[in-house]
Design a protein around this ligand. Structure first.
Ligand SMILES: [Zn+2]
Length: 265
């Protein structure tokens, strides 16, 4: 774990990258910001989490860090111990954690619930939607630390690194670390409902777009040519042929539209 800070005093804001070692976009955004070292209005902490996995270019060494919280100092796994250390390092900070996916090029936010904090900050980020994890929050950083996760784009892409940079600056402006104003937008909110299981196969296909409604009866994926058909309508989220080992992704339902400035209502 690597920790750096801009500004003096005890930070109440933290930016985290490299929770997954094969998602370098956030690390680049943090390095770029630290190089520029802009003047800050309040102190901010930067954490590069899973250095071991980043060096190896793998998602994790022993287990998924973002399913390992709260962790344990005596855990048998690297990520189990790291989860505990990371949580101690972040303390009471409001945290911004950057990820990337194989499922969707456009940035979106992931939160545990539509809290007052989420309503205030998410509409100020350059994202296209907000996802709440519903029953799938277990073990993630935001079960322990108040956190907005963002998916910055496609893993390893230049666009994801650029998005990570824009997202970090927007977040830091929204929480009054960087000077300036943000642009607010209306965002649809989706809640994860179910995992979309996939059978063992050599070849996987996905026929639908994430965040676009799939109607009942539509063929949405296939494993070695065996088609999977929707029994009920749903919105696919984090869905890709090869992004996860056991699942294509998740079904979601659309909850509401998060309006710009709704926190003031
Ligand atoms: Zn990730």
């Amino acid at each position: 774990m690597k920790v750096a800070q801009l500004g003096s005093g005890t930070p109440e804001i933290a930016v985290v990258a490299g929770v997954h070692g094969d998602e370098p976009c956030g690390v680049r955004a943090i390095e770029r910001l630290l190089e520029e070292a802009p003047a800050v209005k309040r102190p901010v902490k930067f954490v590069i989490a899973n250095e071991l996995a980043l060096e190896a270019g793998v998602r994790h060494v022993d287990e998924d860090l973002n399913r390992a919280f709260p962790g344990d100092p005596d855990a048998a796994t690297h990520e189990g111990r790291l989860a505990h250390q990371l949580q101690a390092e972040l303390g009471d900070c409001l945290c911004f954690s950057m990820h990337s996916t194989q499922s969707h090029a456009e940035p979106f936010a992931i939160v545990r619930e539509v809290s007052e904090m989420a309503r205030t900050i998410c509409p100020q980020l350059p994202v296209t939607s907000v996802v709440t994890t519903g029953p799938y929050a277990g073990g993630r950083l935001f079960t322990e630390i108040e956190t907005i996760e963002v998916e910055c784009g496609l893993q390893g892409s230049e666009a994801a690194a650029q998005n990570a940079n824009r997202l970090t600056r927007a977040f830091l402006t929204a929480v009054d670390v960087l000077p300036g104003t943000t642009v607010t937008r209306e965002l649809p909110v989706f809640e994860l409902v179910d995992r979309i299981e996939k059978d063992a196969a050599d070849r996987y296909e996905v026929f639908v777009e994430n965040f676009t409604r799939v109607e009942a009866g539509a063929t949405f994926a296939a494993a070695d040519g065996r088609e999977q058909v929707a029994s009920d309508p749903f919105y696919p989220v984090l869905m890709s042929p090869y992004g996860y080992r056991d699942v294509f992704g998740y079904t979601a339902r659309k909850l509401e539209t998060m309006a710009a400035g709704s926190a003031a209502d």
